[in-house]
Write a protein that binds this ligand. Structure first.
Ligand SMILES: Nc1ncnc2c1ncn2[C@@H]1O[C@H](COP(=O)(O)OP(=O)(O)OP(=O)(O)O)[C@@H](O)[C@H]1O
Length: 399
């Protein structure tokens, strides 16, 4: 490892040492310790007021280092040129109400301290309950092309829907990172795994992939969904849980008890789609539900996988058509789902892959789209393949 350049520094304990930069590594020796980071493990550095600081990512955690030094500007410039070669201005969107309300702390205690060690700049936007102001959406694709969302699936859903409403061609101009700060965080987990630090790493190391989205029309309203569309009994249960949101986690237990005690009502309607093998599927009658997914729908807190056969990069959507079942069978299905998604092989479920399909409900009913509730009769769903560039790196690809 021949150093290209070196920097003389002093540790906070007064030890003088040299930090060396080679073509692939940054390294220094302190006492009996050799600190060595590959360029891929280095995130950024900073030189200000005779202080040289550095952030690295190793073994799933960020490590910060600080040294004092006199002449660090040239070394910092060289290293930053290597680590952050393209200038970027990030829009950081956070939803203070998502999940357990952790997005503020993730933003200020984790993301910003790391971002300030890079040459990237940023602006912060706090979401509002009733959508995004036009003044922000108008800047997407122009001033803001790199967006980081700290929130749940619903926060991304309303952001993409707002862009779609104003100017869908802006989808092609943006790259989106989503850091898990919501309840379930399904897309974010598929893109970056369950550790938020991996998500930040993928963003700052510019790891990107093209992902699909779903265009969902409920009667006359069009929304953009990234994760799921749920109709039937399970849509109704999640709607009731949403109405009890003020009770926190207790709401799920309350709705669970009510579901056990009250009569079980199936939904009637029809489902139609052109399957991947070009054959048409048409089903009509009673259903326990139809669950449509665009990624595996993993849960950040447990081994629950809603759509084990789906992938955000597959170019199609996965539907699970659930036959009328009694409550005990539904309980078994839920148990299988939280057991790594074993319900995919349940005999009451028909798995279908398609690009475009529709659900026609005999009466107006609840449709849960990415955790947001809609009421309507006719639902049309279409995949827009490879429409969004996401920051992320899929660990398993399933087609
Ligand atoms: N400032 C705010 N105050 C209250 N509610 C907000 C605010 N900003 C957005 N919302 C609401 O937050 C909801 C979206 O929450 P989100 O889906 O991100 O969290 P979640 O439901 O906890 O997570 P997940 O969808 O991953 O399960 C939207 O319904 C939106 O109206």
């Amino acid at each position: 490892m021949e150093p290209l350049t070196s920097l003389l520094v002093e540790t906070t304990k007064g030890e003088a040492l040299s930090i060396h930069l080679s073509s692939s590594y940054l390294y220094w020796k302190s006492g009996a310790h050799l600190y060595c980071f590959h360029i891929d493990e280095l995130i950024g550095c900073n030189f200000q007021n005779c202080e040289f600081s550095l952030v690295a990512y190793k073994k799933f955690r960020f490590r910060f280092f600080k040294f004092t030094c006199q002449f660090g500007s040239k070394f910092t410039e060289n290293l930053l040129h290597l680590l952050n070669p393209t200038p970027k201005h990030f829009l950081l969107i956070y939803n203070p109400s998502s999940g357990l309300g952790l997005s503020y702390s993730h933003l200020h205690n984790l993301l910003i301290p790391i971002l300030t060690q890079t040459s990237y700049t940023y602006e912060i936007f706090e979401t509002m309950p009733n959508g995004y102001p036009i003044s922000i959406i108008n800047k997407i694709g122009e001033i803001f092309t790199h967006i980081i969302i700290l929130g749940g699936t619903g926060t991304l859903h309303s952001f993409l829907t707002a862009i779609y409403t104003i100017n869908p061609s802006n989808f092609d101009k943006i790259t989106i990172g989503i850091l898990p700060s919501g309840t379930r965080n399904s897309l974010s987990i598929d893109l970056n795994g369950k550790n938020i630090n991996d998500g930040i790493y993928n963003i700052l190391k510019n790891k990107t992939l093209k992902g699909d989205i779903m265009l969902v029309k409920v009667d006359d309203d069009v929304v953009v969904a990234t994760s799921s569309v749920i109709w039937g009994v399970f849509g109704q249960i999640s709607y009731e849980a949403e109405l009890l949101k003020k009770f926190g986690w207790l709401r799920f237990a309350m709705v669970g008890i009510k579901t056990i005690v009250m009569p079980w009502k199936h939904c009637s309607g029809s489902f139609m789609c052109e399957k991947n093998d070009r054959n048409f599927l048409y089903r009509t009658g009673e259903f326990a539900g139809i669950c449509i997914g665009n990624n595996r729908g993993r849960d950040s807190r447990n081994n629950d996988i809603a759509f084990p056969l789906a992938s955000v990069t597959s170019g199609h959507i996965d539907a699970m058509i659930i036959d009328p079942i009694h409550k005990l069978m539904a309980a078994r299905m839920l148990f299988q789902m939280v057991n790594d998604g074993e319900h995919a092989t349940n005999h009451s479920i028909t798995n279908v892959k398609f690009k475009k399909g529709s659900i026609k409900s005999d009466s107006r009913s609840v449709i849960n789209i990415d955790g947001e509730m809609c009421i309507g009769k006719n639902v049309e769903i279409e995949v827009l393949s490879n429409k969004i560039t996401y920051y992320g790196k899929l660990d398993i690809l399933i087609y």
